[in-house]
Design a protein around this ligand. Structure first.
Ligand code: ATP
Ligand code: MG
Length: 516
């Protein structure tokens, strides 16, 4: 005997998704299901807008022509109730979708309570925290759903491209005994009676797989970082796309990376024009909100200006203005031209410092303006966000930064040993892919020489003994290899132009958010 309760079993089987209800099937009897998006009851005629994952349909009820009970039940539905409707498809000039459904029977499968904690049909700005607290409702909004449709495509494009290039998909453990790159930003967990961690990256395992002859692997899986920062581009759990490739150097894997991104961009442009429009609704609303916020900031800054006049007279230090918030450009489907620009780290330092000098010259003796300009970038330092923003003025799109200083790269990154290497500076074969000021990917050719690797591990204050499981394959034949790690969410931010990483994650995990 089936265990399915009678009320579920008796649900009429759906015949069409709503986007399949088109003028072509005029006169067909259909059974459609979905959520009540809105009901407009004008007395003698009523319209119900039904929504499912694929889109909307208009159900038209003419009081005199409709079964009284159907009319009464449908018009009394609260927004977001789940219903099943049987009816006749009728093409209609007036209906937005060119077609309407004349219902003859209805099932209310799950009524929605009222009021809703978050509006679904409302075209107003809702703050992100409220949206994430009620993510199941938020996701019902077509513009939010669109984000995840694009996300699905980029993962699919990535897998296809990598498989075509000879990579196979692997899965490595997320519960590990040793930190990948030193133990600072790991989540400790209890593993029976031992200490363990959630892995921050599959780095060591994918290198082991190069020692196992797998040659080209990729993994798409979670990475956990116990970083305490609270920014719009960091979360504590993200999905990382990682590749590792044998008999390859950093230039080889940079080629793979840009082809993957090119494929994703091409597929988004081909498949998601409607979703782009939806996502731009989200961005439009966000920008409108920012305009209002900036209005408030401008008023406050007027007050500061007044105060500063007084402070200046008194010879006191001036108060800085509150910076205005940035609006977000709309999502566009641009397919990048390959190859992507490549800058060395040294070139970046020069560009940043030259621009900073120009900014200082322009500021003259304006102390407030001068104070807002970041310090010069010393060779060997990791650029700050502000310094990257200066570079991004010249390079707002995708570009590579190559030959990073060894001192700021992890132990497994190979040193740069070509003829044009700077004899006075320790450069590496590490690279980052940047999108404006945001890092998208880090990669490198790796060290495959055992002695060198042990020296590097010790040199970074780590104990090689703790890495024995990783080092062992290097003793028995390890090919030269290279690879990269790419955060899916950073890439999604780039493609969608959404400014907060949490927008592109179903249920983000950050310092303050563990539920839902
Ligand atoms: P960042 O400097 O931006 O914090 P990272 O250099 O610490 O990044 P890597 O260790 O190089 O990051 O990780 C590889 C990729 O993983 C990054 O380029 C980025 O796309 C992604 N990534 C790293 N940390 C995070 C995070 N906390 N949240 C989301 N994505 C991340
Ligand atoms: Mg990095």
């Amino acid at each position: 005997m089936s265990q399915v309760p009678e009320r579920v079993r008796s649900q009429w089987p759906r015949t069409h998704f709503l986007n399949e209800v088109v003028p072509d099937i005029d006169g067909t009897e259909v059974t459609i299901t979905g959520w009540v998006h809105e009901v407009r009851n004008l007395g003698n005629i009523a319209f119900l807008k039904l929504r499912d994952r694929s889109g909307f349909a208009q159900v038209t009820l003419v009081k005199d022509e409709c079964d009284a009970e159907v009319f009464e039940t449908l018009t009394s539905q609260q927004r977001e109730s789940v219903v099943c409707i049987k009816g006749l498809v009728k093409s209609s000039e007036q209906a937005k979708m060119g077609v309407e459904i004349i219902p003859n029977a209805i099932q209310v499968l799950s009524p929605a309570e009222t009021p809703l904690p978050l509006g679904v049909a409302d075209k107003v700005f809702a703050d992100l925290d409220t949206r994430l607290d009620n993510r199941f409702l938020d996701l019902r909004r077509p513009e939010v759903h669109a984000v995840f449709a694009v996300r699905d495509t980029i993962l699919d494009s990535c897998q296809r491209q990598l498989r075509e290039e000879g990579f196979i998909e692997v899965h490595t453990p997320k519960i590990v005994a040793t930190a990948t790159e030193g133990g600072t930003d790991l989540f400790p967990i209890k593993y029976f009676d031992r200490d363990a961690y959630l892995n921050q990256s599959p780095q060591l395992f994918k290198q082991i797989l190069m020692g196992s002859g797998m040659d080209r692997v990729f993994e798409i899986g979670p990475a956990f970082r116990a970083e305490k920062h609270d920014t719009v581009r960091h979360v504590n759990e993200f999905i990382s796309i990682d590749i590792e490739m044998s008999f390859a150097d950093e230039e080889d894997v940079m080629g793979v990376l840009e082809r993957v991104i090119h494929r994703m961009a091409t597929d988004i442009a081909a498949k998601h024009q409607d979703d782009v429009e939806e996502i731009n609704q989200l961005i439009k609303r966000y920008n409108h909100h920012i305009e209002q916020e900036n209005g408030k900031i401008n008023r406050e800054n007027k007050g500061i200006k007044k105060e500063n006049k007084k402070l200046k007279k008194e010879g006191q230090p001036l108060k800085p203005f509150i910076p205005l918030k940035d609006k977000v450009p709309p999502m566009e489907t641009v397919v990048p031209e390959l190859p992507l620009p490549r800058l060395t780290y040294t070139e970046c330092v020069d560009i940043i410092n030259a621009r900073l000098q120009k900014m200082r010259n322009e500021a003259g003796d304006n102390q407030v303006a001068l104070a807002a300009i970041p310090a010069d970038l010393e060779w060997g330092e990791d650029p700050s966000l502000e310094q990257f923003k200066v570079l991004a003025q010249e390079y707002p799109g995708l570009y590579y930064i190559t030959r990073w200083p060894m001192s700021i790269k992890p132990f497994y990154v190979h040193h740069y040993d070509e003829e044009d290497a700077d004899p006075d500076r320790e450069e590496s074969r590490g690279f980052d892919l940047m999108f404006g000021h945001k890092e998208i990917t880090s990669g490198a050719q790796r060290v495959h020489d055992l002695d060198l690797l042990i020296e590097r591990i010790s040199g970074q204050g780590l104990d090689p003994e703790g890495f024995e499981f990783y080092l062992k394959p290097f003793r028995y034949g390890m090919p030269p290899h290279a690879g990269w790690g790419l955060g899916v969410e950073r890439l999604m931010m780039m493609f969608t132009s959404l400014h907060n990483i949490r927008e592109v994650i179903l249920f983000p995990r950050d310092r303050n958010r563990l539920v839902p």
